[in-house]
Design a protein around this ligand. Structure first.
Ligand code: ATP
Ligand code: MG
Length: 314
């Protein structure tokens, strides 16, 4: 099976301002998204996510490099029948009612009327706006527009779904609902590629993520492998040791906290953690728990972006 998305040496230079100054928005990106993967495309504002997505969708020509979707060149118009796309700022014909809007797209994909009607009902239900089916889009809230945009992206029952910031404009409940829909799509065997800067949403659902900063790929991989080696600190909770004994420990551990009968010691190095545990056992104390605090995706992401920016400054 071909990769759902494959990009090679993708580069985009815009000409900006009166003098046509060169601005490199996307810098020689390479990556692949496998069939059936749920892939998160992360990056701060202006990182180049939308520009990359537009090139993947064949809506913007790369300056260099190439993109393939479902094994076909992304400029191949026929392939779009098998892809669903939610743009960053979708343009809505706002005099249309919700159901009419979906019908319009259904007709574009030449879906026969009875099947179209059934599909529209299902999609309105899926994105939770059945009640607004007969409301003109101009009366939709931002979150409702985002939902109908997602329904639009699914009208042709696509194999590959590309969503540019699908959670934007939604409240926490709405975000969770969209997240659940995305998970459901994956369970149906579809490939979902979506961009976001709402990190916790990615953290919970994605198989793999790519981090983009200033047009460059900073990192790519399964969340686990990106984060797991990065234990920030260990916290050892123990009891049964007090007074003088604890003083011994505080000679070489600076971060000790007393919490009732429980003592907590926090250290950064694995060696120190092992030393403390041995010491507690030797002194006949009881180890209640040992927790390793890992970096959250948010911290990791900020760290990566900082490193990258520092490299550029340096
Ligand atoms: N048509 C254009 N002409 C000139 N510069 C552009 C054009 N489109 C995008 N850019 C610039 O390219 C950079 C990347 O923009 P892009 O919209 O791809 O970022 P993004 O990662 O999607 O950001 P956001 O999270 O804000 O949506 C930005 O600095 C932007 O100003
Ligand atoms: Mg964008």
């Amino acid at each position: 099976m071909p990769a759902a998305i494959k990009i090679e040496g993708l580069n985009k230079i815009f000409r900006v301002g009166f003098w046509g100054r060169r601005f490199e928005a996307v810098k020689d990106l390479d990556f692949e998204v496998g069939a059936g993967e749920l892939f998160g495309f992360l990056g701060p504002n202006g990182a180049g996510k939308t520009t990359t997505i537009k090139m993947i969708m064949g809506l913007l020509y790369p300056t260099r490099g190439q993109a393939w979707i479902l094994g076909k060149n992304s400029r191949d118009v026929a392939i779009r029948a098998r892809v669903g796309y939610l743009p960053e700022s979708p343009y809505f014909y706002d005099h249309l009612k919700g159901a009419e809007f979906l019908d319009f797209y259904g007709k574009l994909f030449a879906i026969p009327a009875p099947k179209r009607r059934k599909k529209i009902g299902e999609l309105l239900e899926l994105v939770g706006i059945t009640r607004a089916a007969d409301l003109p889009l101009r009366k939709y809230s931002k979150g409702m527009l985002q939902r109908i945009g997602l329904a639009q992206a699914l009208i042709n029952d696509p194999e590959l779904i590309v969503l540019d910031e699908p959670m934007t404009g939604l409240d926490p409940v709405g975000r969770r609902e969209i997240r659940d829909i995305i998970l459901k799509l994956k369970q149906e065997g579809k490939t979902v590629f979506f961009s976001t800067h709402i990190l916790p949403d990615v953290e919970m659902i994605c198989d793999r993520i790519a981090i983009l900063n200033q047009g460059r790929l900073v990192n790519i991989g399964p969340l686990g492998s990106l984060l797991s080696p990065r234990v920030k600190y260990y916290e050892i909770s123990f009891s049964g040791l007090a007074g003088e004994k604890l003083k011994d420990l505080s000679a070489w551990v600076s971060n000790i906290l007393q919490d009732g009968a429980l003592t907590r010691a926090r250290v950064e190095k694995e060696d120190d953690k092992d030393r403390i545990i041995s010491w507690i056992l030797k002194e006949k104390g009881r180890v209640d728990s040992v927790l390793s605090h890992r970096e959250s995706l948010e911290e990791y992401f900020l760290g990566q972006v900082d490193i990258n920016n520092a490299d550029k400054r340096g």
